[in-house]
Design a protein around this ligand. Structure first.
Ligand code: KG4
Ligand code: ZN
Length: 355
């Protein structure tokens, strides 16, 4: 393996992630401090609480990343850091830390778009993982996270043609809201998936927003429908319309299953259709919702029947982490990109302009 060794820092949302990644591909170490337990009592992220947790944990996470990697400062070619999109206060902690390290150690600084990180997670290899071919262009990539849902075409590295995106909520946001409505806690995605897996009745049908032939997505209507369906189920059970009043487990499972089936159906159908339309030679998935087993299996099965290879990072590399930032940083570094010490957070940074 060759290519630059990057120290990568991710702090855009609620995970403090630091990784050492070689050649945009091989992970030497990848440490993530999750704030899930911290945000569970409020049922969501309080930005200032998230920023303070990054401040608290960023040095221990770096220490642990060094300890696991077996490399030192002299081996590092550059420092990559997420500069957007994300929560301003959270981003500032990582950016400021990266700047200080770059300055003291005289290392180049590379600014990374978090969304590009989710895409480049598909290139990563775990420390002991066997070599495998890289994703082949042209490819279609679906990024589905707590804040973003979009489909892009990539014909080469670092270039994106936006095919479609959500016109309202992100897919992960819908999972989180429905998880909350069902009283399953935070974050909703993994909890809804676990509940749905136990469904024995699969009769609940949730609407799908197809938006004609477009590759855009909409999940706010689904969220409203879910609220109505869950309220009706509570009324049928004669219990209060309050997430604290839990439905019987069988009903919760059935509703979680119906909701998840709707989201997966739309995401998978549009991704496969886009791949066919652009003649994709690979399909790539990224972002926290790509950790969803049903979505992964559905896209893998449909792509396999069409002979298109699918690359989906393991779940821990779909959710936010430093390694994905290291993978993207290596490409930006190789392209000659360097950030100056004036680097600032860009909370609304887009991946690419519509073509
Ligand atoms: O990529 P990510 O870690 O952070 C953002 O950049 O937003 O994604 C977090 C989102 C949350 O909405 C979470 O509920 C969702 O990903 N998620 C899942 C699963 N695991 C995480 N959604 C569905 N199924 C899952 N297994
Ligand atoms: Zn993310």
């Amino acid at each position: 393996m060759s290519g630059p060794l990057i120290l990568a820092i991710e702090s855009s949302c609620d995970e403090t992630g630091i990784a050492l990644v070689e050649g945009g591909r091989r992970i030497h170490s990848n440490v993530v401090a999750s704030q899930v337990a911290l945000h569970a009592p409020t049922g969501g992220i309080v930005p200032e609480v998230a920023a303070r947790a990054h401040l608290r944990w960023i040095v221990p996470v770096l220490d642990e990343a060094w300890a696991a990697a077996g490399v030192g400062w002299n081996d590092i070619d550059a420092i990559g850091v997420t500069y957007g999109p994300g929560l301003a206060g959270s981003l500032l902690v990582g950016i400021n830390f990266a700047k200080a390290l770059a300055y003291v150690r005289r290392k180049p600084l590379v600014a990374v778009n978090h969304l590009e990180g989710h895409l480049y997670a598909a290139w990563l290899l775990d420390p002991a993982e066997a070599e495998r071919p890289e994703p082949v262009f042209p490819l279609v990539a679906l990024v589905v996270s707590g804040g973003h849902t979009f489909l892009v075409e990539m014909r080469d590295h670092l270039t994106y043609r936006l095919l479609g995106q959500t016109v309202d909520d992100a897919a992960g946001e819908a999972f989180d809201k429905v998880g909350r409505l069902l009283g399953l806690g935070y974050p909703g995605g993994p909890a809804v998936m676990a509940a749905a897996a136990g469904a024995t009745r699969r009769d609940a049908v949730f609407p799908r927003a197809w938006l004609g032939d477009s590759y855009d997505f909409s999940f706010s209507g689904l969220k409203t429908a879910a609220r109505r369906i869950i309220a009706r189920a509570r009324a049928d059970e004669g219990i209060a319309d309050d997430p604290g009043a839990r439905l019987p487990d069988g009903t919760t499972a059935e509703l979680a299953h119906g909701f998840q089936a709707s989201v997966v159906d739309v995401l998978a159908t549009k991704t496969i259709r886009a791949a066919e339309a652009v003649g994709a030679r690979a399909i790539v998935l990224g972002g926290g919702v790509a950790a969803n087993r049903v979505l992964r299996e559905r896209i893998e099965a449909e792509a396999a029947s069409r002979g298109v290879p699918v690359v989906i990072p393991r779940p821990g590399l779909c959710t936010d982490n430093g390694a994905m930032i290291g993978a993207a940083a290596a490409r930006r570094f190789a392209a000659g990109e360097r950030a100056g010490y004036e680097l600032d957070a860009r909370p609304s940074l887009p991946l690419a302009m519509p073509a």
